[in-house]
Design a protein around this ligand. Sequence first.
Ligand code: CP
Ligand code: NVA
Length: 308
Amino acid sequence: MTDTTRDFLAITDLSREDLLGLLDLAERVKDQTRAGVCPQPLAGRTVGLIFHKPSLRTRTSFEVGVGQLGGRSMFITDREIKLGERESIADAARVLSRYLGMIVIRTFHQKDIEELAEYADIPVINALTDLLHPCQVFCDLMTVKEKLGRVEGIKVAYFGDGNNMARSWINAAKLLNIDLWIATAPDTHPGVEFMTNAMTGAAGGVTVTDDASAAAKDADVLYTDVWASMGEKDKAKEHAAMLERMQLNQARVDEAGRDCIVMHCLPAERGREITDEVMDGPHSVVFDQAENRLHGQKALMIWCQNQH
Ligand code: CP
Ligand code: NVA
């Protein structure tokens, strides 16, 4: 980034005020898009989408979003650039900054994204690493606000693997007054060191438990994600055995608040971490949630360009 632009590598790159302001901006951008008018802050710019892992939602919503903001997108796989192998990440960042107006990157290691951002003169957006998925949680907060009318003073129950999604929710609880419960197994814990760092001076609270019912009790949001993430599908069987009791099923919905919403970042492995009954049930907002990836990320790109 430069003095006038910003990176978005983690939810904690934002202050509470930034985050609440960005949620308002996302709402306005969604209304404008639906009314057929859209700001064009990316006119004349090309956004590079570097993806080292598969994607349906993130790639599509960013490509469409860039177009709606007046820019062009270029999809770049690791086959071409071999980030950090053909040349250093720093040199790749310096070169890409001469062509592109922004980089959106999905890869394995958070430190690679941080290095890219350090040497790039253009904004860098984290489109998922093994550690975090901040775009998803930002857009999910937009959906929570739409459905519940607030993002603070709520209980969020997350069921399953203590992965990039769980850690991004922990970061959200650092900024916002959220009572976050993570129902997981001891070996799929999101990481004691990560939690200790994240929760120092946090606005919200995090409880990690192996009691799925306690997590669900009176919750406003029930959230789950796959039990084995991209890049660790070899752990699928082992995780399934450990996380069986953390399935998001009707029993959990019955224990939650009467007006609770059910969320899943998708893709879902139906019948594993979530049942069909719940995913297709009256509390589920998963497809509205997927739509908001488009609107929320447009707000994030505008914020990174510092043009709001
Ligand atoms: N939720 C999400 O990021 O989906 P994709 O992996 O399909 O982009
Ligand atoms: N935890 C999942 C999220 C997918 C959007 C993964 O990293 O594969």
